[in-house]
Ligand binder design. Sequence first.
Ligand code: FES
Length: 370
Amino acid sequence: MSSSKKLHRITLQPIGAVLEAEEGTPLRDLLFEQGVEFPCGGQGRCRGCKVRVLQGHVSVNAAQREHLSEEELAQGWRLACQSRLEDDLVIELRQWDATILVNDAAFAFTPGEGLGIAVDVGTTTVVAQLLDLEKGYVLGVKTALNPQARYGADVMSRVNYAVAEGGADRLTELIRHEVGRLIHQLFTSSQADAARLRKITLVGNTVMHHLFCGIDLEPLSHTPFEPVNDGMQVFRGSELGWNLPADPVVRFLPCLGGFVGSDLLAGIMATGMHQSDELSVLMDLGTNGEILLGNREHILCASTAAGPAFEGARISMGMRAATGAIWRVTATDHRLDVQVLGNAQPRGICGSGLVDAVAAGLELRLIRPT
Ligand code: FES
């Protein structure tokens, strides 16, 4: 049955993209793909999803009245997470255009048969590599934003959306679909034969593991944050909705603890710290930050939701290290100098800028110990 809802046209500035969507569509769904961030998961509390309506009408609700000033509202600022499409629009985005870093360096391996895909399911980004298991070549790398991020920037926001708001199935569907899309992109761009694909291996933190595998997150929503099912999960591609010729086996590697996932396990294997006599430290400074200390006898680990700190996400002018972020602040001749990523107009301040700003403030005695 065809939908009878009216279609509206949305023009996004300055990127010039034009979208069409049905009346009533949440702006969050439309704008996430364009780089708008939703740090508080769309709760209307953080102002992180502010966009400016240049033409057209977007209604103002109570949350927007509470968090935006009269002046901001009059200038057309709206919280995208609190708005729905009700008119043709021209919107100015605070777009996120940071590059996702990847590495296609050679790796140590035991020769196997056919092709394999390794996927790092990050809280913010997803990276997939296509590998020739016979020769050890990296045949291609594809990256994407984790589409779950529209429901919260950090793992605890995701847990909250899944448990308190009943969104677990939606988050599972989004990440499985996105990984499937990256797999197809890998074969399209490399022109490798998908029939040779033998296995797909995924790593990620414990919340990503549970959400991908469809495991209940409730035990991770309260102390003692102990997962009940954090072991390796095995699927066939077809069970995940992926249409791949050889229906390869898909493994999500086991987690190490409450918020320490198999991405760290992969780090241990890659560095060999578990075989070393010397004490060493391994840090993963991701949105979910983890740190390991140990050697062949014993390894200790701890984790925290680091993204909000490093990326400034819950600070009123905080933002990721993207174009327009103040990333360095120095004290020169009794004044503050700033450097902005991309030589653009400053839009906010990222984690390194915040640390620098405090150091410079102390140096200039603008900040004093209390
Ligand atoms: S206010 Fe919209 S995501 Fe936080």
